[in-house]
Design a protein around this ligand. Structure first.
Ligand code: HEM
Length: 415
């Protein structure tokens, strides 16, 4: 028996788009309880909100739920925007493929990209150095104030990734614009002119990645692009230039759109309570602060899968071709976890539930350990450089609402 609830997204199609603004927990709890899988007519998506159901979809080994359409735009695409980025759209990436194509991409990706703490060990010093430089530069601002997303987190995460991939600092704006353009084109709702601008930014980034592969073929360097060119599978086969460019594109865009958000979201929670000052005194608590941020506000609020055949999920019959919006943010606060005060940020809590922030199953994020490491160093470096930082204003950034990514915010701070 369904309880009437005025803000119920299942009864007011389209209201789920508001989840990116935050403050959506009452609606999420209602969805988990009453409509764990419902069809949002305005979005044309089936929304899934419970941890156990999302986990089941992500761990599917029978290709009932495919990621093949994860990168299809949720908005009706402007024909001119579609024309601009035709070709780029058709290039597969690991996150949009099923085995055996996925296995080929994933194996090549992880043969070069370090996925474990042990493999990441040689990068520690460099990441720490970059984080300290960024914190020092931020602390040296003559105004003794700044904005944490634009002036600290984004440049830091872009710089570390550029060092690894081999992107020249001059080209970082192309990476940042192309990544934002892709996220806005795919998962937000925008007028045609804006879609065209985003499509052009995505195309520019694609061209940049393709040129980078071409340059490294003629002039190898000690970077990951060169390592992907040199990579051979067990049969001695190399990746094509297009496959390497799409791998670069996937790694660069994912990094640019998620990692800075994680850092700034964590800083917002820490600065709102007494967590920031505590972390300044106890830097060893940085890993726990990152985990608590992932629990409280995962940077990806949702992700997409599509059914390949009729299936029943949480008692709801889904026809073949149903597109699902898996609400990781709703799953993070699932009552099944039995977490006390789930809406309180407390990085000293002991009850840390399993997280779907980085997905699950064969597509589990290969950047998860790297992300944790960079975020930990970023929090440590900033709290050490500026132990008396205070939050002055929090404003939503100018980017449009996005169904998948937490809304980027601007955090003004002073010291
Ligand atoms: C806060 C940061 C991040 C979050 C929340 C995040 C989240 C995710 C999630 C949920 C998936 C699974 C997608 C699916 O099931 O289809 C995923 C996959 C992926 N992530 Fe991340 N990610 C983050 C950072 C990164 C970084 C820094 C990289 C750079 C290497 C990266 C590279 C990838 C790739 C390549 C995949 C596709 C893997 C595959 O399909 O096998 N991610 N990520």
């Amino acid at each position: 028996m369904t309880t009437p609830y005025p803000g119920c997204p299942a009864h007011a199609p389209g209201t789920i788009t508001g989840h990116a603004t935050g403050g959506f927990h009452t609606a999420y709890a209602h969805l988990r309880r009453e409509h764990p899988v419902y069809h949002d007519r305005e979005l044309g998506l089936w929304v899934v909100s419970r941890h156990r159901d999302i986990d089941e979809v992500l761990r599917d080994r029978h290709r009932i739920f495919t990621p093949a359409h994860s990168y299809d735009p949720v908005q009706p695409t402007d024909p001119e925007a579609a024309r601009i980025y035709t070709g780029v759209q058709d290039v597969p990436v690991a996150a949009s493929t099923d085995p055996p194509v996925h296995t080929r991409y994933r194996d090549a990706l992880t043969a070069v990209w370090p996925t474990s703490a042990l493999q990441l060990a040689p990068w520690h010093t460099h990441i720490e150095k970059r984080a300290q430089e960024a914190a020092k530069a931020f602390a040296a601002r003559p105004t003794r104030s700044g904005e944490l997303t634009a002036d600290f987190a984004r440049p830091l995460t872009a710089r570390i990734m550029s060092d690894l991939i081999g992107v020249a600092p001059d080209n970082e704006p192309c990476v940042i614009d192309g990544s934002a353009g892709m996220a806005d084109l795919l998962w937000s709702f925008q007028p045609p002119a804006e879609q065209q601008r985003c499509a052009q930014a995505v195309l520019d980034l694609w061209n940049h990645c393709s040129h980078l592969v071409g340059r490294r073929r003629s002039e190898p360097r000690d970077d990951l692009t060169t390592a992907w060119i040199d990579h051979r599978d067990e049969h001695g086969a190399a990746l094509t230039d297009a496959e390497i460019a799409s791998t670069l594109m996937e790694v660069l865009t994912t990094n640019a759109e998620t990692l800075g958000l994680l850092i700034v979201t964590g800083l917002r929670h820490l600065l709102t309570g007494d967590g920031y000052r505590r972390l300044a005194q106890h830097p060893q608590e940085a890993p726990a602060a990152v985990e608590e941020t992932l629990r409280m506000d995962p940077p990806l609020i949702g992700w997409i899968r599509t059914t390949t055949r009729p299936v029943t999920l949480a008692g709801t019959d889904l026809p073949a071709g149903s597109r699902l919006l898996l609400l990781m943010h709703a799953a993070a606060h699932d009552e099944d976890h039995g977490v006390r005060d789930t809406l309180t940020f407390d990085h000293r809590r002991r009850d840390t539930p399993p997280t779907l922030a980085f997905g699950a199953g064969v597509h589990y994020c290969p950047g998860a350990q790297y992300t944790r490491l960079v975020a930990q160093h970023a929090l440590t470096a900033l709290t050490q450089a500026l132990p008396d930082l205070t939050l002055t204003v929090e404003t939503p950034a100018s980017r449009p609402l996005n169904l998948i990514l937490r809304r980027p915010m601007a955090l003004e701070v002073a010291w």
